[in-house]
Ligand binder design. Structure first.
Ligand code: PEP
Ligand code: MG
Length: 554
């Protein structure tokens, strides 16, 4: 192949050099060419149940030997293979004479259509559903399991998209880097790559140009794959980078800059289990408890007591430490059945987050009661609680009043650009900010955060997004109030330094990302971060900003 470079969105920094290997082909999807005779239908259903069970057992066994996020993801995918709704849908089709493999495909498509209609986070699960379908279809036909190629020698793994079950089983000693044609900066692929400490690029439109076996140089910071790189120069880059990766795997804290400034590296969690894992990963506390993620299948609103028990587990994992609870952010990409909403043409711009108070009076107030109860049961004097998707000063004021009347410290997420623009006024209403860069970027750039073709726009390095963050952080300094970042931007080691340089006071991320940020912080001084922030803010594109940060801090 002739020398050339293809571009995508770099999500985990680092260099890798090795032969490209594509994920194993998915099975050709079957079409119905016969009707199963009535007397064989029961056996055909059993054949499906057995195949799905085998696939689930295999995933569960891999989950048992994996750790952290990988174990959770594999476990969740195994559960999906046993999903009763899916099994029922297949059984119904087989009962009508459809062969098991065709029924598996048709039943999956019913669920896919449902998930895609909802959009956002649910639409991301479509990859998981189709992955399970393909594994079961292959099993029914006696074919090898599709997905990651097994290789004894290290490879750069290329895929259209990676299912969580694929990424969760990855071995960093043979997989040098992950590169996907689709996916976004917040996809499972990115999260797992961060945990494994391997470079990762997503949303590479021209990835198909790279043929199996071609040696490629991956630059995870710039988001480039270079074909035809000089092998010696490429290996030198990788060697220089490998010391950093070894340091990430053995990092045990503290999170401190080279000149001795302590930095609060917090974790984004969804429940007590995640909080305990985060505590093990040296998180200083919880910067974002995404409460809605515990309710994704709740048909009725959990009682105050049940909610208090859930939140209490998180307080219990971090006794005496900071835990920031976010009130329910249902709607859009996170539909919660009991907070069901009317159909919306454009749910990301619809009734979500704090706006749910309109459709569900009392919902947020009961949640605040539960948080206050959990806090008092765990000896937390004044819990930190923030509201998502706040857009107006009135919303902030009303939320703060509800919090204060319960002894809660009120804060808001900065996700809607209106808050960044009026940051000073909002800080007169609340005690702290947490910048949700995932949504702030989506709304500032008018680009769906889940869109692969628009991943270059939903990049927090976009100058306009950086400027909004800086405006917000500067207002925080003026008011002497904390301004954290809890979007994916905080997990990018270089951007983390730039954010601190802008005056951000804490960083919260998936706990698997903490070590990489901690290692990077130890190599820079706070003055360097401040100087880098100033220069990065003067850049005119995301690429220029990243390159500038890499030059000054890398
Ligand atoms: C964000 O928007 O950056 C954020 C942290 O919230 P979520 O990803 O849960 O929408
Ligand atoms: Mg958000």
């Amino acid at each position: 192949m002739t020398a050339h470079i293809v571009h995508g969105t770099g999500v985990v920094a680092g260099f890798a050099y090795g032969p490209a290997a594509w994920t194993k082909a998915r099975p050709d999807l079957p079409h119905q060419d016969h009707v199963v005779p009535e007397e064989e239908r029961e056996a055909e259903t059993t054949r499906f149940t057995t195949a799905a069970g085998t696939v689930a057992d295999r995933l569960a066994a891999r989950s048992a030997t994996a750790t952290g996020v990988a174990a959770e993801v594999l476990g969740a995918t195994a559960t999906l293979a046993r999903d009763r709704g899916w099994h029922r849908a297949v059984a119904k089709l087989v009962k009508g004479g459809t062969p098991a493999d065709v029924a598996a495909v048709q039943a999956t498509e019913q669920f896919v259509a449902m998930f895609e209609k909802v959009g956002g986070l649910m639409a991301e699960r479509v990859t998981d559903l189709r992955d399970i379908r393909d594994r079961v279809v292959a099993e029914l036909r006696g074919e090898p399991e599709p997905g990651i190629p097994s290789s004894d020698t290290p490879i750069v793994l290329l895929a259209d998209d990676l299912a969580p079950a694929d990424t969760a089983g990855l071995d960093p000693s043979t997989i040098l880097a992950l590169v996907t044609r689709l996916g976004g900066p917040t996809s499972h692929t990115a999260i797992i790559a961060r945990q494994l400490g391997i470079p990762c690029i997503v949303a590479v439109p021209d990835l198909r140009q790279i043929e199996e076996g071609t040696p490629v140089l991956v630059d995870g910071a710039l988001g480039t794959l270079q074909v035809g790189a000089d092998p010696d120069a490429a290996r030198t880059l990788v060697e220089e980078d490998s010391a950093r990766r070894v340091a990430i795997r053995s990092w045990t804290g503290p999170a401190r800059t080279r000149d001795g400034v302590d930095v609060d590296l917090l974790a984004n969690v969804q429940d007590g289990h995640g909080a305990h894992l985060a505590a093990k990963a040296q998180a200083a506390g919880v910067g974002l408890l995404r409460t809605e993620l515990s309710f994704l299948s709740a048909q009725v609103e959990p009682s105050v007591a049940a909610q208090a028990a859930l939140y209490g587990e998180v307080f219990g994992a971090f006794p005496g430490r900071k835990v920031v609870v976010r009130t329910i952010d249902a709607g859009s990409d996170k539909p919660v059945p009991f907070a069901h909403l009317e159909h919306e043409e454009n749910p990301a711009l619809g009734v979500r987050g704090i706006r749910l108070r309109l459709a569900h009076p009392g919902l947020v107030e009961r949640q605040l009661d539960a948080i206050a109860q959990a806090a008092s049961e765990h000896g937390v004097e004044q819990p930190w609680v923030m509201a998502p998707m706040v857009a107006t000063l009135d919303e902030a004021r009303e939320f703060a009043a509800e919090c204060r009347s319960r002894g809660i410290k009120p804060g808001i997420m900065v996700e809607v650009p209106s808050v960044a623009v009026l940051a000073d006024q909002f800080l007169e209403e609340v005690d702290f900010f947490s910048i949700g860069t995932n949504d702030l970027t989506q709304y500032a750039m008018a680009a769906d955060r889940m869109s692969a073709p628009l991943a270059w726009l939903t990049d927090p390095w976009q100058p306009a997004v950086l400027r909004l963050i800086q405006l917000t952080a500067a207002a925080g300094s003026r008011h002497g109030k904390p301004v954290g970042v809890c979007g994916e931007a905080a997990a990018d080691p270089l951007l983390a330094c730039v954010l601190l340089g802008m005056g951000v006071t804490s960083l919260s991320m998936a706990y698997g990302a903490i070590a990489a940020v901690g290692v990077q912080l130890a190599t820079v001084t706070m003055d360097q971060c401040v100087a880098a922030a100033e220069e990065v803010l003067a850049c005119r594109s995301a690429a220029e900003a990243k390159a500038k940060a890499a030059e000054l801090l890398g």
